[in-house]
Design a protein around this ligand. Sequence first.
Ligand SMILES: [Fe+2]
Length: 304
Amino acid sequence: MSLVTIPPRPGDVAPEEWCRRLEAGDILFFPDSPVPIPAGDLEFLLGRRQSGSALHKNIAYKPDRDSLSGVDRGQAGPEAAAEIFRLHSILRRYSRDAAGFLASFLTPYEGRLRLDYASFRPLEEQGRDLPPRRRNDLLHTDAFPTRPTRGARILRFFNNIHPERSRDWVVGEPFEAIAKQFAPKQIALPRPNTALGRRVKSMAASAGLGRVFPALRRSPYDGFMMRFHNFLKENAAFQAECRKSSVRFPPGSSWLAYTDMVPHAVLAGQYALEQTFLVDHAAMVAPEHSPLSVLEAMAGRALT
Ligand SMILES: [Fe+2]
């Protein structure tokens, strides 16, 4: 993994090259964010400190529904309602601006990129008390429990909006190296669905059960990626002994990474914005590095 600093005029480099670097497991780093946050919005976001605020937790913005989740509407008096309304407009704009930037920067992905959730992360990451599978400070590759991607890639764009402090990550070797280290000995490779399994899943889907039980919507690929996420977080030897390096993202910077292939952990930092994109596997310029291609080559069969 390399940290690739993007020059102020990235137009001198062919966009395919940035896609290629991302798909090889590099992190693209922008010392000055190409999606700056207006001063008034920044002041509002940094003011969400008090735990009495309706907006003191990590909050997700869902562009397809134009809705917020994670806000504490239970205490929504007029002041809290105004806070929620303001945050909603800030995240709506952030999401739109991040999407606009990506569309102009990674042109080879045009038309094959879906806008997923955006998030505001106001909590201090150091010392958060979370169950192991939800901890951010343990190295992991991303997989979404309720939103299987069926092979689409998870590309994430981040802004460190803390006025003074860096956001401190640790990153490990890309997916192919660690998957081959542990699969199939310590973690089984994905198995294709049996004919019976496919029939049960399709009956469950037509009965609407997929909404209640997201596991029913997972392809064999998604099932593996979810198990691998949990396996890495729960593997104390991997956490202690794997090859890793520290990266500190300074205030005002942004970075972009395929977090389904770059093992990452957040050790410290507070106040970040993030926008997730799902990129069609068919849009990859170097598909041989993708988790889906690596797993299909190992398993010798299609997995979505
Ligand atoms: Fe993650």
